[in-house]
Design a protein around this ligand. Structure first.
Ligand code: HEC
Ligand code: HEC
Length: 456
């Protein structure tokens, strides 16, 4: 498998270039430079948007604006008025996702990748999170830079961390920038680019752009981001006690609520860097990847895809975007949409229409202050954990109603955004009482990182 070789190459680089520990942060130099890039607002067309603008650590690495979350839940890009179509998922724990691939031919079942629809597959850089990291900088609805050369130019010339980047990636910035292009101004102009670079310069830019992606992925995989310091982690280590309600919620999560069918709550065997040992890779003793296998604390996802029948979020700003010819009739095709774009997977598109990747529930309740609103689901339809648990519990028990009905979210639910492929076996009518719903919510609140155990 090509991907495995790429992984080994990436891992070898990790050991040489990024192995040294930088300063007192506890991060390696490569992780540290990835962090600087992640938080650098200058890496956007108007120098006003970093990755953290949509993935704030204080909000569990997802959207940090309570007002936006309470409405459309989709974030504006660097250019005002430009919106994508989905709610930002957590960027933490995303590095644990295996390569995107077909796991069951007869069911057309897929696993892995990054994004709600898995389209950052890991095929390009041997790591789905690195593939993902190359998207936002150039996405016109996100950081919107006109050319990858702009990202490389601004990183290499950063007064703050340009030196560190060169140290981690020797030679990456040895680029003869053509004098004919005024990068300072051209990179702030959405009508410029992609630039006409000679093939030598373009090749060097591409290599440096890959190095930037590997740096970000290294930071995202670091202990600072994938912290595993929630109350539940301490509980698993025997260093914290769950309250009676939280323990009851855990039992329901694993049992009557069926949540753990998809959001796995127990220790697992996995590989780092987007590989996966449940089947081939790590079981193979000759595979380089086996060095990176190990047990992990639960990730609360199995990285498969499902259609829960979540209703549309009518406040999604994408309905009013000029590049959306369907207007309010637009439907998010989820995984099916991505598969349709691929010759090799096209035939599985229908079976996966409307399905989205199972998100991790780590930090699902993490918020900067108690009244801060978080949105849940790929379109942010749900505004509280209670709402989404009530939906799992009663979707099929209550009648369908129009969006805006005063009973909505209490005793009726609007129709699914996509009616095909809705999972009707694992959710919809769970028979949970109101108190049982609350207990599941209480359990999910134990998944926020940064819990201090006083029982050492
Ligand atoms: C304008 C908001 C915005 C910005 C800026 C942004 N993201 Fe995202 N991010 C999103 C959205 C929305 C998605 C989901 C998109 C989809 O699934 O189609 C996403 C998805 C992701 C994921 C996938 C998580 C998973 O579990 O699949 C990662 C990782 C991520 N972003 C990291 C980054 C990094 C790194 C940057 C900066 C280079 C960045 N994001 C910049 C909004 C943003
Ligand atoms: C059949 C698999 C499956 C089961 C069972 C399941 N989930 Fe999910 N869960 C998903 C998928 C898939 C999504 C994303 C769906 C979407 O956005 O369209 C999701 C989303 C969520 C989210 C939103 C997270 C976010 O970041 O937006 C929460 C919270 C959640 N589930 C909790 C639960 C709880 C609690 C249960 C049990 C009552 C449960 N899930 C059962 C698959 C499942």
């Amino acid at each position: 498998m090509v991907t495995k070789r790429l992984l080994a190459a990436a891992a070898a680089l990790l050991l040489t270039a990024g192995g040294a520990v930088a300063g007192t942060s506890g991060l390696t130099c490569k992780e540290e430079v990835g962090k600087k890039i992640f938080f650098d607002e200058r890496l956007s067309i108007k120098k006003n948007q970093s990755c953290a603008e949509c993935h704030g650590p204080e909000a569990g690495w997802t959207g940090p604006d309570s007002y936006i979350n309470n409405g459309g839940a989709v974030y504006e890009g660097s250019i005002p008025g430009r919106f994508g179509n989905r709610k930002p998922p957590s960027s933490a724990y995303a590095t644990q996702s295996p390569f995107f691939r077909l796991v069951n031919v007869s069911d057309g079942m897929f696993v892995g990748g990054n994004f709600w629809d898995g389209r950052a597959t890991g095929e390009k850089l041997g790591n789905p999170a690195a593939d993902q990291a190359q998207g936002p900088f150039l996405n016109p609805k996100e950081q919107a830079l006109p050319d990858a050369a702009c990202v490389v130019y601004r990183v290499c010339n950063s007064a703050d961390y340009g030196m560190l980047f060169k140290q981690v990636w020797p030679g990456a910035c040895d680029i003869m920038w053509p004098a004919t292009i005024k990068f300072e101004s051209a990179c702030s102009d959405p009508y410029q680019g992609p630039f006409n670079l000679d093939s030598m310069t373009r090749a060097k830019v591409n290599v440096a752009y890959n190095d930037i992606a590997y740096s970000i992925a290294a930071y995202e995989a670091s202990k600072e981001v994938n912290a595993f310091t929630s109350k539940y982690d301490y509980y698993l280590k025997g260093k914290a006690k769950l309250s009676d309600k939280e323990k009851w919620g855990l039992d329901l999560f694993n049992g009557k609520g069926k949540c753990a069918n998809c959001h796995i709550s127990t220790m697992e065997q996995i590989c780092a860097s987007g590989n996966d040992c449940k089947d081939s890779a790590c079981a193979d003793p000759y595979s380089n990847a086996s060095d990176y296998c190990g047990k992990t604390y639960p990730l609360f996802t199995d990285y498969t895809f499902d259609n829960l029948g979540i209703p549309k979020n009518p406040q999604n700003p994408f309905y009013y975007q000029p590049d959306n010819p369907d207007g309010k009739k637009w439907i998010d095709p989820g995984l099916g949409g991505f598969l349709k774009s691929r010759m090799d997977f096209k035939m599985y598109a229908d079976k996966n229409y409307g399905k989205h990747k199972v998100p991790t529930l780590r930090n699902v309740d993490k918020r900067p202050y108690p009244m801060f609103v978080k949105a849940f689901g790929h379109n942010g339809y749900f505004k509280s954990l209670k709402e989404i648990v009530h939906f799992y519990n009663t979707r099929d028990k209550f009648p369908t109603c129009y969006s805006g009905d005063p009973r909505e979210k209490m005793t009726c639910w609007p129709a699914p955004e996509v009616s095909a492929n809705v999972n009707r076996t694992e959710l919809g009518n769970l028979g949970l009482s109101d108190m049982e719903e609350d207990a599941i919510v209480a359990f999910m609140k134990t998944l926020s990182d940064g819990y201090m155990s006083y029982e050492y």
